[in-house]
Design a protein around this ligand. Structure first.
Ligand SMILES: [Mg+2]
Length: 311
């Protein structure tokens, strides 16, 4: 006879023993974490959002359970995303709709990573080439818009800033604004050129449209200032994330669906990478010469695979 559905009583007792196993696992994990904390070896996890926790407007099944497991286990984690089209508040709301209750501080996106990095570098005055909603993230600094810079330069004034921050302002770019940013970058001492991601182009409803990278590259090429990129796969983005978690790179794991930006980027920054087979994952990804330390079907499988490397 083929496989039969077990009677309810057996399924319940199976569920019970599964619960016991999980409870035991949790106790052991707590002991491990206490030991790790006392030795300064706390592990931390960086978790990509799109393709790992949700895909578009659909939650990845079991993702919310894994986040609950992380909370119960006391494991430090931070959601990391390259999304700049929606503020973190909107992502918090979206996660809430999937049963994941977190605050904005649980998410790192390029603008706040840039603000944190510039703050720790002692920057005070910024020229912002970013959308209005993004500018709010930099409210702790003295900020100038491109049009402020144009006005001051027209009066013959010199515009001294510590950094020029460039995001996707699309059709708001024109020659005068691009040239104003360039002139700021040419002033000594040279400011930093901060890029909120390096996407080359995107599919708008009316066709392909230039994104952030071409404008950053134009400014960098003309001024000779190398861009500091605050988005995956750039090292500065991962550094900002583990700095926020307070864990060392060697104890940090990045979980993502993009083998290059998530896994490859994290490994280049000294972290370890976990690839999930959801989102943009394609079977051929594992033959691209990047070896994740762990590959799992989905975020739902993390509790059973943790800690990676243990049998
Ligand atoms: Mg992703």
């Amino acid at each position: 006879m083929g496989t039969r559905r077990p009677p309810d009583i057996l399924r319940k007792s199976h569920a019970h023993s599964e619960g016991d196993r999980r409870a035991r696992g949790k106790r052991e994990l707590h002991e491990e974490l206490e030991q790790a904390a006392s030795s300064g070896d706390m592990p931390g996890l960086l978790i990509d959002l799109d393709g790992v926790v949700y895909r578009g407007d659909e939650a990845i099944p079991g993702a919310a359970d894994t986040i609950r497991w992380l909370d119960d286990a006391g494991l430090a984690y931070l959601f990391v995303t390259n999304t700049t089209s929606r503020p973190r508040e909107a992502l918090v709301e979206k996660l809430g709709g999937f049963g994941i209750a977190v605050g904005v501080d649980a998410i790192q996106a390029p603008p706040d990573a840039a603000a944190a990095r510039l703050g720790s570098d002692g920057a005070r005055r910024l020229l912002l080439a970013v959308p209005v909603a993004t500018a709010e993230v930099f409210s702790g600094f003295e900020t100038l818009t491109l049009d402020d810079a144009i006005a001051r330069q027209a009066e013959g004034g010199d515009v001294a800033v510590d950094a020029v921050v460039v995001g996707d302002i699309g059709a708001d770019w024109d020659f005068a604004r691009l040239n104003a940013a360039f002139k700021c970058l040419m002033r000594e001492p040279r400011p930093k050129l901060v890029a909120l991601g390096m996407t080359r182009y995107w599919h708008a409803s009316d066709g392909l449209r230039l994104d952030t990278a071409p404008f950053v590259m134009a400014l960098s090429h003309a001024s000779g200032v190398e861009p500091l990129v605050l988005g995956k796969p750039a090292e500065a983005f991962f550094d900002a994330a583990i700095g926020r978690l307070g864990v060392a790179a060697g104890n940090a794991w990045m979980i993502g669906d993009d083998i290059r930006a998530d896994v490859g980027g994290a490994q280049a920054a000294g972290l370890r990478g976990i690839l999930v087979r959801t989102g943009k994952f394609r079977p051929g990804d594992v033959e691209l010469g990047i070896d994740p330390e762990l590959v799992i079907d989905s975020l739902a499988d993390l509790p059973d695979a943790w800690p990676p490397g243990a049998s």
